[in-house]
Design a protein around this ligand. Structure first.
Ligand SMILES: [Zn+2]
Length: 401
């Protein structure tokens, strides 16, 4: 009899341990500090070529890693739209931010143009402080899906006006697309007249208060349409990186609960141009920003969630190209040409293709591809980002719904 009761007791205890690990209430609450990083166009293979480059630099054939690929929970995200198996940033961003599939070009609205709140808008209403930052114009599709609702990503001026209404605390990027309306009025002036402190330098940011709602704008774009393509072109003086923006937001938010969306937007631009080294460099810059968040996580491991993903893949890149059997990719031609040009690649398409061929890095398209994209997570609730998922599920996982 005693043995029988002992077995029952053990069984009950095991059951309770399993119940606790599956239903631990602390696992159900969302994190106090939430980082969502989106590498625009950062498909698996663009991550692979970046790690291949790092391994080359370390004198190895492989094994070097970016910060985010070391995160303990990893998955694979489907990203088709309501109308296509290949998405654009607007449709993919809307799916990530609102949980709804939509059509290409739609911002924060579903396929029937019905608006749905974004993760950032929901968390703002719950008292979180909100930071949205990107290396491309701050009213481009990926940042826009977090604060705007518009059936055309082309309505840049109207989309940027939504920044003032959003109530968000910090929005930063490389100026604005459609920076003037038909009357010639500059969007930065509109935002300044509607409750935002618009800063064009770190000095101007330092002069703002913790409670000011801030727009950070690359200084050289104050009155210029920011279509200059820095992914491979010389970086202008006064450039502020997404790492810098991230530090600014962290300084501003202090110990308050926050949601930060940080986009590596230029990754997509470099991959559209099939430019290998600029793709690698923009992913390394993105990883630098992730590392800042990781350092924050190390100080607040029980309260912080970091999620890193992509909206879609771009360029159809591969580590290896051509028809030779059993060879090794040779980074030397790409790296030496890039470094000799002062870490730029302003080559025309044909010369760029020859360079890729010499190194045997393959590019199959100048546009997006329909591959699943990677997702990486660490911290509170990170285990939910394991395995295969759809991009519409990311919102619910972050909000612990
Ligand atoms: Zn693109």
């Amino acid at each position: 009899m005693k043995a029988k009761y002992l077995y029952i007791l053990i069984a009950v205890l095991i059951g309770q341990v399993m119940m606790t690990s599956c239903n631990n209430p602390t696992e159900e609450a969302k994190a106090k500090y939430i980082f969502l990083f989106i590498g625009d166009g950062m498909g698996h293979t663009n991550v692979f070529i970046t790690e291949s480059y790092l391994s080359y630099k370390a004198g190895k054939f492989g094994g070097e890693q970016l910060t985010f690929t070391t995160f303990p929970y990893q998955g694979d995200v489907t990203n088709y739209t309501a109308e296509s198996n290949i998405t654009c940033s607007a449709a993919a961003g809307t799916a990530i931010a609102t949980g709804y599939k939509t059509r290409s070009g739609f911002i924060g609205v579903d396929a029937d143009t019905v608006a749905h709140p974004s993760i950032a808008e929901i968390l703002k209403a719950e008292g979180y402080r909100i930071g949205i930052m990107t290396s491309v114009p701050m009213n481009d599709a990926t940042p826009a899906v977090f604060y705007a609702h518009n059936s055309s990503r082309g309505n840049g001026y109207e989309i940027a006006q939504s920044i003032a209404n959003s109530g968000f605390d910090f929005v930063a990027g490389n100026g604005f697309k459609k920076h003037k309306n038909k009357a010639g009025e500059y969007i930065g002036d509109y935002l300044a007249e509607n409750g935002m402190k618009v800063c064009y330098s770190q000095e101007e940011f330092k002069a703002t208060s913790k409670e000011d709602r801030v727009v950070m704008c690359e200084p050289y774009n104050k009155n210029v349409e920011p279509m200059t393509y820095f992914a491979g072109a010389p970086v202008p003086e006064g450039h502020m990186s997404i790492s810098q923006f991230l530090e600014n937001a962290l300084d501003k938010f202090g110990e308050d609960p926050f949601f930060i969306m940080c986009e590596g937007g230029e990754i997509d631009w470099a991959a559209h141009a099939k430019k290998t080294m600029p793709t690698v460099m923009t992913i390394l810059e993105f990883d630098n920003a992730v590392r800042k968040a990781y350092e924050f996580y190390l100080k607040h491991p029980d309260e912080t969630l970091i999620v890193v993903t992509a909206d879609h893949a771009t360029g159809g890149s591969s580590v290896g190209s051509g028809d030779t059997h059993l060879y090794s990719v040779d980074w030397e031609p790409l790296v030496s040409a890039f470094e000799a040009a002062g870490c730029t690649n302003t080559l025309n398409q044909e010369d760029n293709r020859k360079l890729n061929d010499a190194s045997r890095i393959g590019w199959t398209t100048s546009d997006h591809t329909g591959d699943n994209v990677p997702i990486y997570a660490i911290g509170k609730g990170a285990e939910k980002f394991c395995g295969r998922m759809d991009n519409t599920q990311i919102k619910g996982k972050i909000l612990a719904e």
